[in-house]
Ligand binder design. Structure first.
Ligand code: MCN
Length: 767
């Protein structure tokens, strides 16, 4: 197994000196500007749209409405859910109206696109569009949406229910519950999150009529996902689409999809003969970027007298929003079933997930996808079970954790955890966190009038996968002999530009500084594979790059043999140099590359594919919090994380990922929640005034450790790390807060645990 050690990111100088190139930094001569008129109401029929006055306004070039996008045949991106649901049910996927045609279904939905010479002209003209709406009652909550008398979003979709997913064994699980000594039951809310990348959604669309090509300049998590989605929605063949994304200011799962706006802007460019540029405002980001989480999680854990877990049962209600995003239904069904038992030897499980449409912004994968829902529900259940059975929480985890020897471990639904040692992680975390002295710290806090709590959570974080069965990369050489790497990844802060060249440098023995990464290059070779999702890039793109680099070395060896006039078998390769064993004859790989570049019949270039890898990183996180009962404010006092992310490729970046992930989980626990008004369907938290993001001052020093077990299924031995922090932090911080409040008799509070909620709960408990 290999590991590369170095510090710093090569992209940072460019980025911190303002030289990054984000979507809004692209400009094309003669470009026009787009402005979207959005629905100001949650649910209404469109009786008519009158654009005549707007069209006559200065600078206005064209106005598109639902009639135009419908005529152009633009529609939905097909869902990845092709597997049958309960009783063989298929996912019902209503056609996406990229501009509303006959009805608006959520506040912020795109109704018209105004294209003008300037943005101000487009915006002014939007005000002159007259829409005759007939208001309908909205439904916001997914459970309410599935009631018989709820307003329907689509006449043909009964109870707004689009899918019921069932997994595990109902009978076995019921039988185990019937025998149980104790059953713990919980209902938790995973609030709706707004991803809020720093870079807002933006798109410059250019249709080149002469070449019949569409160029889209968009923030993207990978060229293939973006091009594939755009092609599917518009029926434009992929070879006529070029996606350009250099720097991306945050993705978090919500920058993978070809949004409706992009499809409409491309059409506008074709119809107007001008490149059309659009950059969303922060307010538009709030209402139109797909949201995350938005699920109600119900769980039951059955235990025997000693505390052994006998079975676990789930019922989720997932709020899909008004249309289905590509990944939304998928991430809320099959993947969570794969690790429903978390890291425990639970012999049987059964789950039903109801997916419902509501008059809200569509929901999708958001850092962790649904994994933080699983870890939150299972680890909250374990803490509650320990409390109810008067058992020690750590002892209960020890009793039930999958032993190291049982790996590779097959779960009751058939997924296979490749490797892991939860108890090893637990021991290390307890020791690093000085867990044994916690009660002293709790007592000290109490003497200061503060409520201190601790938690210790275990989690598994399936990483990898994707729609493509293989991951392909290419390495090409120019006349300089320096390698250029091609991948279909789409980094948005993960540091691929630094990491991938180092991975290849290690194999080729060439200085990483001489290696260039061209990720998602629309002018590069066509490669199969998926983008930067599911914390897969290091294993998948990095692993495939290793395969490509090894193939370069092999090909180079044959060329070196010919050059040195010896048999290839007599040549050794070390540190970038081919040597004839036992002689001083040698030639460097770079020299071979330079020579091969001059001879088109013998290029050293390679393009290699490997099966898409999967791995199951695990972790143990421990948090200590203190709550001020006078204000309801929580301080995180200590946070210790021990993660098994396989071989770590770059410690600084991996730590940065865990750090960022934990803070994102912290946001969910203490601050963030997108809240809709039930009656009007308006998003009440549609700005940073109302939607609180985590701040630097909320975070204490984070003690991060790795305890790696190399992944057996990819050449780097790496497991994903990009989302582990979030999947660990959500249950860990939640349990720590509940632990602090237990002395008051509080066992549950709905998220987020903001000061107002905690203060109210504390004062209610105190009577
Ligand atoms: N790494 C490592 N050793 C490992 C695994 C990873 O050193 N064993 C390091 C590498 O430097 C790599 C980085 O960690 O560049 C992340 O690698 P990986 O876990 O493979 O995740 P991806 O590159 O596929 O990134 C996707 C993941 C996801 S799904 C979300 S969501 C997310 C995240 O990464 N969004 C992010 N991290 C983010 N970080 C930033 N700054 N911005 C986002 O939007």
């Amino acid at each position: 197994m290999m590991s590369v050690h170095f510090h710093g990111r090569r992209e940072d100088y460019r980025l911190v000196t303002g030289q990054g190139k984000y979507a809004s930094d692209w400009n094309i001569p003669n470009q026009a500007y787009g402005f979207f008129l959005r629905a100001d109401r949650a649910h209404a029929l469109i009786r008519s749209i009158d654009v005549s006055a707007a069209l006559a306004m200065p600078g206005v070039i064209r106005i598109l409405t639902g009639a135009d996008t419908k005529a152009a045949g633009i529609g939905s991106i097909p869902s990845i859910v092709k597997f049958p649901g309960k009783d063989g049910m298929s996912l019902i996927s209503p056609r996406r109206q990229v501009l509303a045609e006959d009805r608006v279904r959520y506040v912020g939905q795109e109704v018209a696109l105004i294209v003008a010479d300037t943005l101000a002209q487009a915006q002014d003209a939007a005000e002159a569009i007259i829409i005759d709406y007939e208001d309908l009652a909205p439904v916001i909550d997914a459970d309410k949406a599935m009631q018989a008398d709820a307003p329907r979003l689509y006449d043909e979709i009964e109870r707004n229910r689009v899918y019921v997913y069932e997994y595990g064994s109902k009978d076995q699980t019921e039988a185990a519950f019937a025998k149980a000594h104790h059953v713990t039951t919980l209902e938790l809310d995973a609030p709706r999150m707004v991803g809020n990348p720093m870079e807002p959604k933006a798109c410059l669309a250019h249709y080149d009529a002469a070449a019949d090509l569409y160029d889209l300049y968009v923030p993207s998590q990978g060229i293939n996902m973006m091009r594939g989605g755009f092609s599917a929605a518009t029926s434009i063949p992929p070879e006529k689409i070029r996606i350009h994304a250099h720097d991306v200011g945050g993705g978090f799962g919500i920058r993978g999809e070809a949004y409706s706006e992009y499809c409409t802007l491309a059409l506008a460019s074709r119809l107007s003969g001008r490149p059309v540029k659009w950059v969303s405002t922060r307010s538009e980001t709030f209402v139109s970027d797909h949201h995350g989480r938005a699920a109600k999680l119900r769980g039951e854990l059955a235990l025997d007298q000693e505390g052994r877990f006998l079975a676990i049962r789930f019922h989720w209600t997932v709020n899909c929003g008004a249309y289905l995003s590509g990944p939304g239904p998928f991430i809320n069904t099959l993947p969570p079933s794969m690790h429903g038992v978390n890291v425990y030897t639970i012999p049987t499980l059964y789950g039903v997930h109801d997916l419902a449409l509501t008059n809200t912004t569509p929901t999708t994968a958001y850092r962790g996808a649904a994994r933080p829902n699983v870890s939150y529900l299972v680890e909250r259940l374990v803490d509650e079970a320990a409390h109810e059975m008067k058992m020690d929480r750590i002892a209960l985890r020890r009793l039930n954790a999958i032993p190291k020897e049982a790996y590779p471990y097959k779960t009751p639904v058939g997924s296979e955890y490749d490797s892991g040692d939860p108890l090893g992680l637990l021991d290390m975390a307890l020791q690093k966190a000085d867990y044994q002295n916690f009660e002293k710290r709790r007592a000290q806090a109490l003497s200061r009038g503060r409520l201190r709590g601790v938690s210790c959570c275990l989690f598994v974080e399936p990483a990898g996968g994707g729609a493509s069965p293989v991951e392909e990369t290419a390495i090409k050489f120019g006349e300089s002999g320096n390698p250029i790497l091609y991948t279909v990844s789409g980094a948005s802060g993960q540091g691929h530009e630094t990491v991938y060249p180092h991975i290849v440098a290690d194999v080729l023995g060439i200085d990483a500084q001489d290696i260039t990464l061209r990720a998602s290059d629309p002018f590069g070779p066509v490669l199969r594979g998926d983008g930067t999702i599911g914390s897969r890039s290091t294993m998948a793109h990095g692993g495939s790059l290793i395969m490509s680099a090894r193939e370069v070395v092999r090909k180079g060896q044959e060329m070196a043999a010919q050059h040195l006039e010896v048999a290839a078998a007599d040549i050794e390769f070390e540190k970038g140099v081919y040597r004839v064993a036992g002689t001083d004859l040698s030639i460097s790989l770079k020299e071979v590359a330079r020579l091969s570049a001059l001879d088109p019949s013998r290029p050293l270039d390679v393009q290699e594919a490997m099966p898409s890898p999967r791995a199951f990183p695990t972790g143990c996180h421990i948090a200590e919090v203190e709550i001020d009962p006078e204000t309801g404010l929580t301080d995180i006092m200590r946070y210790t994380a021990v993660d098994d992310c396989g071989n770590i490729i770059n410690h600084t970046l991996a730590e940065g990922q865990v750090h960022g992930g934990i803070v994102q989980g912290l946001g969910q626990i203490f601050h963030e929640a997108a809240i809709y008004d039930e009656t009007s369907g308006q998003l009440l938290t549609a700005s940073f005034m109302d939607y609180t993001m985590p701040r630097a001052s909320d975070v204490c020093h984070l003690d991060l450790y790795d305890r790696p077990i190399p992944a057996p299924n990819n050449p780097l031995g790496a497991k994903g790390v990009g989302e582990a922090g979030t999947t660990g932090a959500v249950p860990t911080l939640a349990n720590a807060v509940i632990d602090a409040l237990r002395p008051l008799g509080i066992n549950h509070i709905d998220l987020p645990y903001n000061p107002a909620r905690l203060w109210q709960a504390i004062h209610r408990a105190k009577g």
